[in-house]
Design a protein around this ligand. Structure first.
Ligand SMILES: [Cu+2]
Length: 233
């Protein structure tokens, strides 16, 4: 009996040792996998004549093209809001992670309607006025969704549905900063997108814990067909 007890103690000890070794290795791999790299940069926007045209530079989106490592990302609990104010969609360009839900609120004292006929997501929220409870749509496919109002022809917004959370809008000076936490070192593609210029791509060989500077110069094409904008695959 006592030999059986000591055998079982021995077994427990071995299992515990294996478990501790596993924890140690797991922790090592995981800490190697984490990456505190940051991308910073500046966007310059020019017109077709080559002159600086930075008036709507803050509508430039910077994102990381699809990563090849099947990483899964969790959706933020904060519901992003696209508002209708002074006959415009605010923000004009809204990047979100795929499967996020967006709330649409009318802040004007008159009716608006919100709809899209985009391949990525087509929907129609009908007419609604100030104070009507925010209407919500889930975007379950990546791509660019053009948003319109059928009362005010000039209203156009974009929801850009991306498959990773590494995205940022430029600020009024054209600067951006992207925290690349948890992207493993290796080659990534950084994309700058403006609705008038299409996309510009730069490949970056990312190392662990590095701060990199990537600048973009985009040229506007005022004749671009807004209904044919596409994301990079
Ligand atoms: Cu409207």
């Amino acid at each position: 009996m006592s030999s059986l007890r000591s055998f079982s103690r021995e077994l427990q000890r071995k299992i515990m040792a294996k478990f501790l070794a596993f924890l140690l290795i797991f922790n090592f791999c995981y800490s190697n996998y984490s990456n505190a790299s940051t991308l910073n940069g500046k966007i310059i926007l020019k017109n077709s004549k080559g002159e600086l045209e930075n008036s709507d530079i803050e509508t430039t989106l910077i994102y990381i093209a699809p990563l090849k490592n099947n990483q899964k990302f969790s959706i933020s609990k904060l519901v992003p809001k696209m508002e209708q104010k002074d006959k415009a969609f605010i923000p004009l360009v809204m990047p979100i992670l795929v499967n996020s839900t967006v709330e649409f609120n009318n802040l004007d004292p008159y009716m608006h309607n919100v709809f899209s006929t985009s391949e990525t997501k087509s929907f129609d929220l009908g007419l609604y006025k100030l104070g009507d409870k925010g209407k919500k749509i889930k975007f379950d496919k990546k791509g660019i969704v053009n948003i319109y109002c059928n009362i005010h022809e000039q209203m156009l917004g974009f929801i850009v549905v991306l498959d990773n959370p590494y995205f940022s809008m430029a600020n009024k000076n054209g600067e951006y900063s992207l925290n690349l936490e948890k992207i493993p070192p290796g080659k990534i593609r950084v994309v700058a997108w403006h609705r008038f210029s299409g996309q510009q791509i730069q490949e970056v060989d990312l190392k662990s814990n590095e701060i990199k500077n990537i600048n973009f110069e985009l040229t506007k094409n005022e004749n671009v067909d807004m209904d044919k904008l596409k994301l990079l695959n």
